[in-house]
Design a protein around this ligand. Structure first.
Ligand code: ADP
Length: 422
């Protein structure tokens, strides 16, 4: 209505009442009927021009418009229907520059009809569309969240039952949720492996401590018995010390391995002469090898230096040498060679002993693991774990080749230059 009013105001300013009359006529012709009430009145509110739909002339007392004085341009006049119906004719007014009055009106019935049509469209079309969208959206969300619910359920089960072997089912899709579920399962797998590794280490430690502890207790009991001869007493005390040493050695080695694995081992790196190191290690085992009639030979270049902790490297070499001699029968050979490539020093300990069965190969580096055939030999099953941990703490690597009955070859590779500290 306001738009029409502004439009007619412009028309009037151009060519006066005639222009408005023509414009109204043209609009009515185009629409096939009158759409608005258009009225022009003099300054004394006498109608000069009036056009309105035919039906409104009967339903509203349009003469009333001559009686209502328009004081405010923003004021909206409301003419009620003469038959008492709820329909109202709303009229907006605008004073024209020459004192005349321009009015445009519209019946509320049309607005009501429009609203009614809108209501019908909304209820008939929009509402079902809305309900369908909400239902579809909910369904899709539920579908999309199913893997998440699976994850939550799996987590819940693990938390309540502690069953780390539970796995979430991976959806057949190639989206992020499928990837997340796969990674979640992989993480569970890893945690499970770590925990079972820790558990078996703990079991093995407990098992391996039990024997020396029982012997220790037995010896102490014997010593406590009255009238124990002094010689027996001394023997019991000596065994007690021996067993305590064994327990201490085991605990110290376990702590060394743990420290080295966690990067907490303090390494006093210096430039080591390979020949000096090997000679020192061989000296320790020369008598043992001789007693067992094992030929011990070395091949080391004289001027080969590499950065490492002297005591830790001696520990590594003596452990490997100890094993080589231990698992090689009389008449066999143990050879240590040292070579160098552009980046590494490579140390090998080769023996002609019993070799390592392929089923033992993946486990020999585990803490407290002992091959079945090695049970007759002394040992804690910690030597190779310590070797590996120390070598890795030096940023090196250790590998083994060996088949049952064909001897074993342990190869260490250590960097020639120390890595810069992080
Ligand atoms: P252990 O105290 O039993 O020697 P290690 O950790 O040093 O413990 O070695 C783990 C296992 O690896 C041994 O029990 C043995 O079965 C195997 N092994 C290690 N070195 C050799 C070798 N030179 N020849 C054959 N088997 C070996």
């Amino acid at each position: 209505m306001r738009l029409e009013l502004t439009e007619y105001q412009g028309e009037y300013q151009r060519r006066g009442v005639t222009e408005i009359e023509e414009e109204v006529e043209e609009k009515n012709r185009q629409a096939g009927r009158s759409l608005f009430l258009v009225r022009i009145a003099t300054a004394t509110n006498t109608t000069l021009f009036l056009d309105s739909p035919q039906s409104w002339r009967k339903r509203f007392d349009l003469r009333q418009l001559e009686k209502i004085v328009v004081s405010d341009a923003k004021q909206l006049l409301r003419l009620p229907a003469t038959d008492g119906d709820e329909e109202v004719l709303e009229v907006a007014s605008s004073p024209l520059p020459d004192g005349m009055l321009l009015q445009v009106g519209k019946s509320t019935k049309e607005r009501e009809n429009l609203l009614e049509r809108f209501r019908e469209t909304f209820v008939g079309v929009m509402l079902p569309v809305l309900i369908l969208s909400v239902a579809g959206g909910t369904l899709l969300t539920l579908q999309a969240l199913r893997p998440l619910r699976g994850l939550i359920h799996t987590l819940d089960t693990i938390i309540t039952t502690g069953a780390l072997t539970t796995r979430a089912s991976v959806p057949d899709t190639r989206d992020e949720l499928a990837e997340l579920t796969r990674l979640f399962n992989a993480m569970l797998e890893r945690i499970n492996l770590l925990i079972s590794g820790m558990q078996s280490t703990l079991d093995n430690v407990a098992h391996d401590l039990r024997t020396p502890m029982t012997r220790l207790r037995g010896m102490a009991e014997i010593a406590l018995q009255t009238e124990t001869p002094e010689t027996v007493l001394r023997e019991a005390l000596a065994t007690c010390i021996e067993e305590s040493d064994r327990i201490l050695a085991m605990l110290n080695t376990l702590m060394d391995i743990s420290e080295a694995e966690h990067g907490a081992m303090r390494l006093e790196r210096e430039l080591l002469n390979a020949q000096e190191l090997i000679t020192q290690a061989v000296e320790i085992y020369r008598d043992v090898a001789e007693d067992k009639v094992i030929q011990l030979s070395t091949s080391v270049p004289p001027e080969l230096f590499f950065p490492a902790d002297r005591n830790r490297m001696l520990q590594v070499m003596t452990n490997l040498l100890d094993n080589a001699i231990k698992y090689t029968p009389s008449g066999g050979q143990v050879t240590i060679t040292v070579t160098q490539n552009p980046h590494q020093v490579v140390l090998t300990v080769t023996d002609t002993g019993v070799g390592i069965p392929s089923e033992d190969l993946p486990h020999i580096w585990d803490r407290l693991y002992r091959g079945d055939k090695s049970r007759s030999q002394r040992g804690l099953g910690l030597g190779l774990s310590l070797v590996k941990a120390i070598v890795q703490a030096h940023n090196g690597s250790v590998t083994v080749h060996g088949m049952s009955g064909n001897g074993a070859v342990f190869t260490l590779a250590l960097p020639l230059l120390p890595l810069p500290r992080a």
